[in-house]
Write a protein that binds this ligand. Structure first.
Ligand code: AMP
Length: 190
């Protein structure tokens, strides 16, 4: 069983690579951004709570995110492993994830970080904004906030896994299939 944290700034390609990874390895995709967007679309209480944070590009409070992830893990009984995408985004979330997995006799196999420079991220997010319908993909101020939040609050999570000897960085720029091969090599080494 592999539990993988796919890490990187907004626009790094986590969603695209996750789709290919779930097909190849049969893992369950757990994207907190997708889960929040689903709640938003369905107008649930959780969705309404998350909305203002998401629309401004800020992080939803830890306890809300952690509760939602726990519920998803508990309700996915037959999983052979998870790809965590967009989670954990703070050290508190990473600690909570370790505790949750331990409770179920699981652990994180490793974090794979997609490395993409800032100019390319901005281009990719704007391009995606043309079709994604995401409010947070469409204006410079929101994109700037998301990148700043990543640098200030999320980047330390890489150090959390590095300390555990579970961190690997790969180049996230280039052909999608080439990047996918690099990720697969890391997973196959677990
Ligand atoms: P994403 O699709 O991963 O870019 O997430 C979209 C938005 O959902 C983020 O900008 C946050 O507002 C919220 N979000 C997603 N995942 C998390 C998380 N792990 N912690 C806090 N907020 C999150």
């Amino acid at each position: 069983m592999h539990n993988i944290v796919l890490f990187g700034p907004p626009g790094a390609g986590k969603g695209t690579q996750s789709e290919k990874l779930i097909q190849k390895y049969g893992l369950t995709h757990l994207s907190t951004g997708d889960l929040f967007r689903k709640h938003l679309g369905e107008g649930t209480e959780l969705g309404n709570l998350a909305k203002k944070y998401m629309n401004e590009g800020r992080l939803v409070p830890d306890e809300v995110v952690i509760g939602m992830v726990e519920e998803k893990i508990e309700s996915t009984k037959d999983a052979v492993g998870f790809i965590f995408d967009g989670f954990p985004r703070t050290t508190a979330q990473a600690e909570a994830l370790d505790a949750m997995l331990e409770k179920h006799g699981m652990e994180i196999s490793g974090m794979i970080a997609l490395d993409v420079e800032e100019d390319i991220l901005r281009e990719r997010i704007k391009e995606r904004g043309k079709t994604s319908g995401r409010v947070d993909d469409q204006d410079d101020e929101k994109i700037n906030t998301r990148i700043k939040v990543y640098l200030d609050e999320t980047l330390p999570v890489a150090g959390y896994y590095e300390k555990q000897g579970k961190f690997q960085k790969i180049n996230g720029v280039g052909e999608i299939d080439f990047i996918f091969d690099s990720i697969s090599k890391v997973i196959d080494s677990y």
